[in-house]
Design a protein around this ligand. Structure first.
Ligand code: PLP
Length: 400
């Protein structure tokens, strides 16, 4: 059989997808599984966004879109950056992408040459490292341990920078830990980056609006305006407006970079679905109260999940500032044996045994670059979360 390209040699199937598939297989056998693996809101897309898409389709907006986004959506994105982040961007500094994911992919494909290094605070969203590798670059992970709230320390960032560093990635609120940086923490990171004028900064702000207890989100280009001309902000409709399936992301950055990404996108997709873009305009320009109400519901879930997980023997769960994930440490479970006879030597063993014996699906921390942890998504209803947490408690009590 003809061979696949060598660039795919180190690219993995995402672990969260792999666990989701395993959970679905068990469910197909009739087992009732609670899946806490997926990173998508359980809420519906706001009706006004759906209506806008319907209207756009009926009005004939069904032809190829402008490659970089419709003028209406780019203008709505401009307003969003002004409203939420106090940042001004011109139209040629904005690109509409197929989800936030394609923005990141475009950026690496447009800038990364073989051997270029991309600094990724770890734990990290699995796709970053794989996208860097596809682009021919080298992911360089920097550990952000729990005792620092899973945040990037300026001295660790500084130590990771080499003459080959092309990008530094920031993702706060973070997937998988939920950690978010305060303004002063962001300022300290910016101080390091200011010393290295040849490095691009990519900030993935997908979870911007999911912060709790009055925490104030900030993004680095606003905190340190001197970094704006080499910062790319990735954002989108997926998490904020429960629009994962519409595949609408957007980004803002210097015009030269956006131009390169635009060229890359043109060869890959010719732009983003017209009806999806119309829906995103309505979501961005429409009432924003829903976003706050949903964030409050996520906060309630986070509080319950953290409290219940901390009652499970061997589990220690940190309370994060944002996103819809918790990343409990399971060091106290390692070395033990489950009731079903499975020796728990790694977080992967824990996740597999938990699924097989307690029918709760989570993702092992190793998949995000840090062990022994698991990632739990609380983007699901309270009842399922309560059931899952009780099952986790029982499972952990059964370890000996
Ligand atoms: N960035 C982070 C940190 C994510 O967790 C995700 C999705 O899980 C994305 C980007 C991708 O978002 P989208 O669905 O808009 O491509």
């Amino acid at each position: 059989m003809p061979a696949l390209a060598s660039r795919l040699a180190n690219v993995k199937v995402s672990a969260s997808v792999a666990m989701t598939i395993k959970a679905r297989e068990l469910a197909a056998e009739g087992v009732k599984v609670v899946s806490l693996t997926t990173g998508e809101p359980d809420f519906d897309t706001p009706p006004h966004a759906i209506e806008a898409a319907h209207k756009a389709a009926l009005a004939g907006q069904t032809k190829y879109p402008p490659q970089g986004g419709t003028p209406e959506l780019k203008a709505a994105v401009q307003r969003k950056f002004k409203r939420d982040n106090n940042l001004d961007y011109s139209m040629d500094e904005i690109l509409v992408t197929n989800g936030g994911k394609q923005g990141i992919f475009n950026a690496f494909m447009a800038t990364v040459d073989p051997g270029d290094e991309v600094i990724i605070p770890s734990p990290f969203w699995v796709s970053y490292a794989d996208m860097v590798k596809v682009a021919g670059g080298v992911p360089v992970t920097v550990s952000c341990p729990q005792n620092n709230g899973f945040k990037l320390r300026p001295e660790d960032l500084e130590a990771a920078i080499t003459p080959k560093t092309k990008w530094v990635m920031l993702n706060f609120p973070n997937n998988p830990t939920g950690a978010a940086c305060s303004r002063s923490e962001m300022k300290a990171l910016a101080a390091v980056l200011l010393k290295h004028p040849d490095i691009w900064v990519l900030t993935d702000d997908m979870y911007e609006h999911l912060v709790y207890d009055g925490f104030e989100f900030c993004t680095i280009a606003e905190v340190e305006p001197r970094l704006k001309d080499r910062t790319l902000i990735i954002n989108g409709a997926s998490k904020t407006y429960a629009m994962t399936g519409w595949r609408v992301g957007f980004c803002a950055g210097p015009a030269s970079l956006i131009k390169g990404m635009f060229n890359m996108q043109g060869q890959a997709t010719s732009g983003v679905s017209t009806v999806g873009q119309a829906a995103a305009v309505a979501a961005l320009d429409g009432p924003q109260e829903l976003v706050k109400e949903r964030a409050e519901e996520y906060r309630r879930r986070r509080d319950m999940v953290v409290e219940m997980l901390n009652q499970a023997p061997g589990v220690a769960c940190h309370k994060p500032e944002g996103a819809f994930y918790v990343f409990p440490n399971i060091a106290g479970c390692i070395g033990k044996t489950s009731k079903g006879g499975k020796k728990i030597e790694t977080d992967m063993d824990f996740a597999v045994a938990l699924l097989d014996e307690a029918h709760v699906a989570v993702v092992h921390g190793a998949a995000y670059g840090m062990s022994p942890y698991v990632r739990i998504s609380y983007a699901t209803d309270m009842e399922s979360l309560r059931t899952a947490c009780l099952s986790i408690q029982e499972f952990c009590k059964g370890l000996s």
